[in-house]
Design a protein around this ligand. Structure first.
Ligand code: GBH
Length: 487
């Protein structure tokens, strides 16, 4: 009997990698330190303080700009294989223009990368996690197609400065959030509300910028640097709210509008047909002279198709979807053009974030959907995490990790999904955008009233450490100094 149990206790593949993720604006602080220029989050939080729930900003945040050694030590203690962090564009090019480079920004990332490597932790670098240099915002920001060239210059500089040591590059973190929330719904910086216009203009820029950066790497760096380039997209699993064809369609449309918007052009060429059809139809109805969803040229379609060495996936939660009924509230995460309505039943376990309920089962489903839709690409889970209000005995996060990682393991072992690694969001409690410091995603508690921003591992940090060490999920594991969690 014991033998049978052993056979069935699944473990992560030998070469599966675990790591932790952060983003520059959310942790670094040092907002005007040593030559850094202002970015849209500095400007947004300083100009419109009331748009942040607790009236805070990232001026100091976790002060990681001054805490390289501390952060790397935390990563080492929890046995991280890799650290996913992002580079603050305005630290490298203070006003976004490529003629003026800031040496202290370069020094900071060099030191971080070198210390990681000397501790055997691989750096995975996000080039853009939402902090656009203000100078480029003043030229119109992402809806302006001119930003393609600026991004490619920036990418070129990063590859040449750090590519001898950085072998995994993520061009953009969550383009749907950048475009939909930054330029259409206005929940995130720069907070513009060009509904149904700004999002698609921004999206076109991001896809072309991503593709050109990928092609540049392919041509100029890949042969000697031998690294990988991809993009990270936020996926929600959308489940039909009821039986029947119209519900299945509503769920599929949602997946295409949120996830296919990016991955369809990259894996299959051009936008998902349902986006094209629906936005063209609505644009005509609304008396536009042309579709609000811009067209790619044939050359652009070719340029973009095939520009992923891996698929970066951020997965947090699931929704139930139905065809739009005008009395219902639309899904807050989706463009109204999707014409669907999605919700999360109140019976699902909640988190500190209103948009997120605990749905481990959706993890296995989205991974299988990706496998089927895009031909089982290599997937790197670049974010997954749980928000609470900050307790050290964080049993809800412990259960969350055990349950989500079990679904991930099933997707790999039972379904053959090609997932190569997993990054927990986040290494530290940090500045959660519009929610300020009220929603904590960290596996380490950060004392924000301490000028030194002391970090303390939560129970979940030790639990994940044990999973990394044993490559197995043990729901009974209780680290020293903590009480056993109720299941
Ligand atoms: C990720 O976004 C981000 O990459 C990361 O920076 C972030 O800290 C983390 O997840 C946790 O949110 O409350 O209606 O204004 C995941 C997608 C982005 C969805 C922020 C919710 C705020 C929506 N989330 N968004 S709202």
């Amino acid at each position: 009997l014991f033998l049978v149990y052993q056979v069935h206790a699944l473990s992560f593949p030998e070469n599966f990698k675990f790591g932790f993720a952060t983003a520059s604006y959310q942790i670094e602080g040092g907002w005007n330190a040593s030559g850094k220029g202002p970015n849209i989050w500095d400007w947004y939080t300083h100009t419109y303080p009331t748009r942040i729930a607790d009236l805070t900003n990232g001026d100091v945040a976790c002060d990681s700009y001054h805490k390289i050694a501390t952060d790397v030590q935390l990563l080492k203690n929890i046995k991280a294989d890799f650290y996913r962090f992002s580079i603050s564009w305005a630290r490298i090019f203070p006003n976004g223009q490529p003629n003026n480079i800031n040496p202290d920004g370069v020094r900071y990332y060099n030191e971080l990368i070198n210390l990681l490597l000397s501790n055997n932790i691989k750096p995975i670098v996000t080039m853009y996690h939402w902090d656009l240099p203000l100078g480029l915002h003043q030229l119109g920001g992402w809806p302006n197609i001119a930003l393609v060239d600026y991004f490619v210059d920036y990418a070129d500089k990063l590859f040449s400065l750090f590519g001898d040591r950085v072998k995994t590059w993520i061009t953009f973190n969550e383009p749907s959030q950048i475009c939909e929330f930054g330029y259409s719904r206005g929940f995130l910086a720069p907070g513009y509300t060009q509904l149904g216009i700004g999002n698609y203009m921004c999206g076109r820029t991001l896809l072309i910028a991503h593709a050109k950066a990928y092609r540049l790497y392919e041509k100029k760096y890949k042969q000697h640097q031998k690294g990988l380039v991809g993009m990270t997209v936020h996926a929600v699993w959308f489940e039909p709210a009821a039986e029947g064809k119209t519900y299945a369609e509503a769920a599929d449309i949602s997946l295409q509008f949120m996830f296919g918007w990016w991955e369809h052009p990259i894996y299959k060429g051009d936008y998902p047909p349902v986006m094209r059809k629906q936005i063209n139809y609505l644009s005509a109805q609304q008396n536009f002279t042309k579709s609000r969803l811009p067209y790619f040229t044939k050359d652009e379609i070719k340029l973009i198709k095939g520009t992923a060495d891996f698929l970066g996936l951020n997965y947090y939660t699931s929704f139930l979807c139905s065809p739009l009924d005008s009395s219902a509230v639309q899904n807050p995460l989706l463009s109204p053009d999707s014409n669907v309505t999605c919700y999360q039943p109140s019976s699902w376990q909640s988190t500190a974030s209103s948009w997120m309920k605990v749905t481990p089962w959706g993890f296995r489903k989205i991974l299988n959907w990706i496998k089927k839709e895009y031909g089982n690409p290599k997937v790197l889970v670049t974010e997954n995490g749980y928000s609470d209000t900050g307790e050290l005995q964080d049993c809800n996060r412990v259960n969350f990790l055990n349950d989500y990682l079990t679904e991930l393991l099933n997707a790999i072992k039972k379904d053959g999904c090609n997932v190569q690694g997993y990054a927990a969001w986040s290494l530290l409690d940090n500045f959660e955008w519009g929610s300020g410091y009220m929603q904590k995603f960290g596996l380490h508690y950060v004392n924000f009233s301490d000028p030194n921003r002391a970090r303390t591992p939560k129970m979940s940090a030790y639990v994940l450490r044990n999973i990394i060490k044993t490559k197995k999920i043990d729901t009974t594991f209780t680290p020293q100094g903590f009480k056993a969690c109720p299941p």
